[in-house]
Design a binder for this molecule. Structure first.
Ligand code: HSE
Length: 439
């Protein structure tokens, strides 16, 4: 056998703890598979008392910065988390010292991916990040290796289990967003502060990484359209179901004539599509390549063991010397990211208006759509009074929901039409819209 590969882990939380347990309990098996010893030699965390399912007393070190650049390790595993701070500092220190790095830190890579890819290349080190996108699903490997012969047209996915759990429960149990969020928190699927998940930022970080992998562009973490699920109502979900759709929070990376669309938003997807059938906390990533057409990978996007599975796969790649450039091409070959304007986005739209029940209101709304060349696939007046509070109650009593599905149009036309509909005064609240993804 060759020289051992020596691993140090920084951050022994859910993911780091499972990774340590996997490495310690499967050392022999992994070493056989790699034809060299693959060995945990150091672990660092402020909390030494928690039970990680394995005895780590032989591995503890105190100083994480010292560990990052230590001669005792070949691979620095960063499972601390956070966009900057100690995670970012230690990864830079490790790469600077020529250590390979394996990280699950999507926030850091979305923000600093371009710089870290260059740093890794300059020092001859490998920076692997399978665990940063869709947890246990090997999507980085699929894009960098399995589909390398393809020109990728679009990558999209359900990349956040918390949001998918909430949307699935809302539809299945006819519950509100708030009720499902509370249940997700009770079950430990959602954080006490769920902002990062439900406002779409976690999905955005993963989408940014998928964009760079798919299109060979520099990471552009600050240049992505993000809309979360907090404004999705049970009424939207039920209307979508009646129209043959389900609502999913999607991260989409897509090449267009004017640039790359990098967007996160609630999306109506046809009930017949593979992505529509992904329920609960599962993640799914669909990759559309010109030679393969579409493949869909489904699996657990979170959780200690599933994510540790991805971390260990990255370590094994390093042990086998099969490691690749971070985004599948040399850092110097990454092209600048050119964002396609969201207003130029083309697609179908679901639109919800709460229209006053009086002659001409319906016609005026449809007329505004026609003014903007928007053709309607369906328009339905629903005879259901929504619940409303306080001053809104009287207005809402005299209003009825109107839902429309448009044929393909542009976001600019839809937004302008909706602004005019609101100004015309036939609606009791600002109209809402949800984009439809053609799959
Ligand atoms: N919080 C994420 C989720 C997992 O709910 O899917 C980590 O990115």
């Amino acid at each position: 056998m060759s020289e051992p590969l020596r691993i140090g882990i920084a951050g022994l939380g859910t993911v780091g703890g499972s990774t340590a347990r996997l490495l310690v309990t499967r050392e022999n098996e992994l070493s056989t598979k790699c034809d060299r010893p693959v060995r945990l030699v150091a672990a660092c965390d402020l909390d030494r008392a928690s039970d990680r399912g394995v005895d780590l007393s032989a591995y503890w070190v105190d100083d994480v910065m010292e560990l990052a650049a230590s001669d005792r390790i070949d691979v620095f595993v960063e499972t601390i988390g956070g966009e900057g701070g100690i995670a970012y500092e230690t990864v830079k220190a490790a790469l600077g010292a020529g250590k390979h790095v394996v990280t699950a830190n999507k926030a850091m890579l979305a923000k600093h991916g371009r710089e870290l890819a260059r740093l890794a290349e300059a020092s001859g080190a490998t920076l692997n990040f399978e665990a940063a996108v869709a947890g246990g699903i090997p999507v980085v490997k699929a894009l960098r290796e399995g589909l390398v012969g393809n020109t990728i047209r679009r990558v999209y996915g359900i990349l956040n289990g918390t949001c998918n759990y909430i949307l699935t429960r809302m539809e299945a149990e006819h519950l509100t967003f708030e009720e499902c969020l509370a249940e997700a928190q009770r079950l430990g699927y959602a954080e006490a502060d769920p902002t990062f998940d439900v406002e779409g930022f976690d999905t955005a970080h993963k989408t940014v990484l998928l964009t760079s992998l798919a299109f060979g562009t520099e990471t552009a973490g600050d240049d992505i359209y993000v809309e979360g699920i907090t404004r999705i109502t049970l009424e939207d979900i039920e209307a979508a179901a009646e129209l043959g759709y389900r609502i999913k929070l999607l991260g989409v990376a897509m090449r267009t004539d004017t640039g790359i669309e990098q967007r996160v938003h609630p999306t109506m997807v046809p009930q017949s599509s593979a992505i529509a059938r992904i329920d609960g906390v599962l993640n799914a990533v669909a990759i559309d390549g010109d030679f393969v057409d579409e493949i869909v990978l489904v699996g657990p996007g979170a959780g200690g063991d599933a994510t540790a599975s991805a971390v260990v796969a990255d370590i094994v790649d390093i042990a086998r010397n099969t490691a690749l450039p971070m985004f599948g091409r040399p850092a110097g070959e990454l092209t600048p990211y050119k964002r396609a304007a969201m207003r130029a986005h083309e697609g179908g739209y679901y639109i919800h208006c709460l229209a006053y029940d009086r002659p001409g209101a319906f016609a005026a709304i449809a007329g505004r759509m026609a003014d903007h060349g928007i053709s309607l696939e369906s328009i339905v007046q629903r005879h259901r009074a929504p619940s409303a509070d306080g001053a809104d109650r009287e207005a809402a009593r005299n209003a009825q929901p109107v839902t429309m599905i448009t044929y393909d149009t542009t976001e600019a036309e839809v937004r302008t039409a909706l602004e005019q509909i609101e100004r015309d005064g036939h609606v009791a609240e600002p109209p809402r819209m949800i984009r439809i993804e053609r799959l």
